[in-house]
Design a protein around this ligand. Sequence first.
Ligand code: A3P
Length: 309
Amino acid sequence: MANLLSYVLFLALRAYAAPPEYIQRWPDGFTPAPGDPSNDSVTPSLIPPPGSSKHPPHSIIIGVRKGGTRALLEMLDIHPEVAAAATEVHFFDWDENYSKGFDWYREQMPYSYPTQITIEKTPGYFTSQVAPARIHAMNSSIRLLLILRDPTERVISDYTQVYFNRLENHKPVQAIENMLVKNGALNTRYKAIQRSLYDVHMRNWLQHFPLEQIHIVDGDTLIHDPLPELQRVERFLDLPPRIEASNFYFNQTKGFYCIRSDGHERCLHESKGRPHPPVNSNVLRQLRSYLRQHNRNFYRLIGRTFNWQ
Ligand code: A3P
């Protein structure tokens, strides 16, 4: 009976073509009755759907933090041949996780069917000194996805995320100008600014991977017109074209595109797409002019330009 149930669930999952999740199997002889309080005292065991297994990723979204990494992963997950890891794994950038080894890493991946590719995203990889060499050691031909947005906007988005995290944890917060300016000059050591030096981080990656293996997604375009960016990613990953205009709809309340897939509609979590604080215009000018040269260096490195201010 349990096997039959597993099989029916397996077929249903395949019909929806979503990445397989664990199937709940109740202990033999126990059939949960709706509303029966004794259900709570019996725990189902979790078994993988038949025919599925876990694999190291075929592709990794390496960053950049606040570039739109969650939107990119969720939108790619629409594709029936993509199985996306649910959480950020931080395997290659955190020594504590890296020391657990590749078997541990594979365990963090979702179950996938043979027709699917596995993708994980950890935005911290892009700015990590050690991640490129470690990823290369695992799979030198892996395809990397890097989503970038205007680096000035990224700094403000980074500040906004930390601001709200600190508020939630009842920690004191500072105005953005206090973070951006120190002793009357731009505080170039501020982590949020450091993370926006795309040329510095990209140079590190290009020491280990050829440019052709790193597909850059325009995070600003993804916000306003997601489909063409997703189609470029499909081509880069050699996936058949399956993501369509009907998979997206603009949500006026959120002010962003949301996802329609398998008959469900969903927007990203409320922490994605928060309003940014206004920034003193002088400080903003200093920040922009500091990042300008780094942007030019970056354009030269990748042989492509963006409309960053
Ligand atoms: P803001 O919250 O500053 O607007 P990440 O997932 O890498 O942390 O990136 C978060 C950013 O993704 C958000 O930054 C938002 O601008 C961007 N984003 C892109 N597409 C989005 C979407 N459809 N819904 C919400 N946020 C989206």
